[in-house]
Design a protein around this ligand. Sequence first.
Ligand code: TMP
Length: 215
Amino acid sequence: MIRMISFEGGDGSGKTTQINLLAKHLTTQGNNCLLTREPGGTTLGKLIRRVVVESTEEKIEYHSELFLYLADRAQHVCKVIQPTIQSDRLLLCDRFTDSTLAYQGYGRGVDLALLRRMNQLASGGIEPDLTFLLTCPVEVALPRAIQRIDRQKSGGSREDRFESEDLEFHERVRKGFLELAQAEPGRFVILDASPPILEIHEEIKKIVDQKLREP
Ligand code: TMP
């Protein structure tokens, strides 16, 4: 029985679009599911999200950034993830522990073994049963992310801190995600994010529907 599905990928990979479509599909099928995200899945998390994803005058140090994501996760696990899983609702999470390994580990260079222990503390040992990794070349993903930021900016948002990182950073993150996925083929499904949105959605639907039928 699957209890938690996470979606991972670099900025502009289309994972948020896909997780929204999946939530809609599952709800239409009569499944009781909850869609949440990191950072930003709790009241505290929303405050942390503003701090970590908006550009600021003062540079956020790598370790400060890491602790902010972990604080977001610890709160999210206690307030949302654990209660949802215990109540037998299916939880869909837009980013989870793998993002910390990919961004802070492969991207920023923080020691992976240390990050795994910190993730363990923040997540209480909870792991997704299934993780979709949406991946495509950085040259394709980043312009999409930047377009999204431009749209959001007209609504007053300033969520552009990560997209302004250099291409090498995003490339390290992309490779990191792939390495994580290849190391755990039982949990990860790697999907090419370049085909049309509905084509990818069909594939995700098929996999999830099949998993939900399994005892
Ligand atoms: P989002 O735009 O996909 O919601 O993600 C916000 C940003 O936060 C994205 O650039 C990735 C970053 N992030 C980390 O660096 N580490 C983490 O642990 C998480 C959850 C997100």
